[in-house]
Structure formats: C-alpha cells, structure tokens
Design a protein around this ligand. Structure first.
Ligand SMILES: Nc1nc2c(ncn2[C@@H]2O[C@H](COP(=O)(O)OP(=O)(O)OP(=O)(O)O)[C@@H](O)[C@H]2O)c(=O)[nH]1
Length: 230
C-alpha cells in the first residue's frame, strides 16, 4: 500500500472506538474531527517524514481496525513493527482487557516490538473524574511487568500526542537502534561477559533485549541499520 521507504514501522492496536484514528489524525494533521464515529475497515496507512537528532526518518504508521471482525487482518499489520501503540479508552475498562490481548500477541509473535500503552480521551476524565475506569498506577504496574511505556493522551485537546510519538516512539527507537549498533560492534570485539566497564550502561540495554535477538543478531549475522526498510 505504501510504495515509499519506511524507516520505522509503527502499528496502532486496540479495541474499536478507543480513538486510534483520532490519535493519528491529531499527530499528522494537528486536528480533531468531531463528526460521527466511523469505524476503520481493515487498516489505513500514513507516512510521516521527520528529523530526529539530525537524521531524516520516515515513520510508517498502520492504523488497524479495532473491531474483532478484523482481528486476523490486524495481525498482518503488526508483522515487523518496531513499535506498537496499544490504545485503551480511559472511560472503558473493557478496552483495557483488549490491551492485554494485543500485548500477549506481540510478546508471542513480535518480541522485538517496543510496546507503548496509550490511554485515550483524557479530556473526558479531566472534565469528570468519575468517568475514569482505569487507574493510572494499575496500568503503570502492568507496563513495568511487560517492559512497556505508558501515556495518557487526548486527541481532542492534543494533550501529549505529538510529544508522545516524537519523544518516545521515534527518538527512543532510534536511540535504542544506535545503542544496539554500538553494542554489536563491541560484542564483535569482546566476549559478552568481558565488556570494558565504561560500557556498563550499554549492558543494561543488552540485558533488556529479547533473548533470541541477543543470540542471533548481536553477533553480526544481521543488523538492521537505521534507514533500512522494514
Ligand atoms: N472526547 C474525546 N473523544 C475522542 C477522542 N479520541 C477519539 N474520540 C472519539 O471516539 C470515537 C472513536 O474514535 P476513532 O478514532 O474513530 O476510534 P478508533 O479506535 O480508530 O476506532 P476503530 O476504527 O473502530 O478501531 C469518535 O467518536 C471520536 O470522536 C478524545 O481524545 N477525546
């Protein structure tokens, strides 16, 4: 669907009507379209070129349909994703159950994909605290268990949207890539357990890598460079 180069593939997942399309709309076009809710059919693709710390990068965002009817199709779209923004509606506890479903899928099938858990419609809970059905700290605890990041956003007001995607998704992913690259170079020179002490911070990243990745990728068999199409 996208003939263009994509450096970082990002997939939006989550129950229907949680606000995935609105989040993309806010991020790409800086607007919120209030009209009647129109469910996504299949998936939509949008690309965004950006400059992150001097590097030109194209994010390719796949906005999947939340309806369970399209579940099989959504699986196709998370293949090879570097990041998944798994959304839930802060006013709908059932949408958080769906987050757990997608997280399990990603952990089983795409263990190199960084997971971002995004609570949507924060404007609603700010206006009326009684509407909140999911406690932030519960989500944070869950995110810690699965090594994910958390954020609460509002596409209506724009709260945290651009900042979240730019700071966390693009910069973080690129940083990790850069650090992984340095690590790969190091591990070619030193046995894994004998890294010089000044690289201690890098070993933290190493410890956080998925096990299979550590074994097969770090030793230089395949190392995706920033800029390689995924
Ligand atoms: N108040 C408020 N409403 C929102 C916000 N984001 C989305 N909505 C509303 O929630 C409804 C669903 O939004 P969508 O962005 O279409 O949801 P979706 O997750 O893409 O839905 P599917 O395509 O079915 O998966 C729409 O009526 C939006 O206007 C928000 O931040 N605040």
């Amino acid at each position: 669907m996208s003939g263009q180069r994509v450096d970082v593939k990002v997939v939006m997942l989550g129950k229907d009507a949680v606000g995935k399309t609105s989040l993309v709309e806010r991020y790409i076009h800086h607007r919120f379209l209030p009209g009647p809710y129109q469910n996504t059919i299949g998936a939509a693709f949008v690309a965004k070129a950006m400059c992150v710390r001097g590097q030109n990068v194209t994010l390719g965002i796949w906005d999947t349909a939340g309806s369970e009817r399209y579940e099989a199709m959504s699986r196709i779209y998370y293949r090879g994703a570097r990041a998944a923004i798994v959304c839930y509606d802060l006013t709908d506890s059932s949408s958080f159950e769906r987050v757990k479903f997608w997280v399990n899928e990603l952990k089983n099938c795409e263990d190199q994909c960084q997971i971002y858990i995004c609570g949507t419609k924060s404007d609603l809970v700010e206006n009326d605290k009684a509407l909140r059905q999911i406690d932030y700290h519960d989500v944070q605890d869950y995110a810690d268990e699965i090594n994910a990041r958390v954020c609460e956003t509002s596409s209506k007001t724009g709260q945290s949207v651009g900042e979240y995607v730019h700071t966390h998704v693009s910069i973080e992913i690129l940083n990790i890539s850069t650090e992984m690259w340095k690590l790969a170079m190091l591990f070619l020179q030193y046995p894994c357990d004998k890294l010089p002490s000044q690289y201690a911070s890098l070993t933290c990243i190493h410890q956080n890598l998925p096990a299979g990745f550590r074994q097969s990728h770090l030793m230089g068999k395949h190392w995706p460079e920033i800029g390689e199409t995924t």
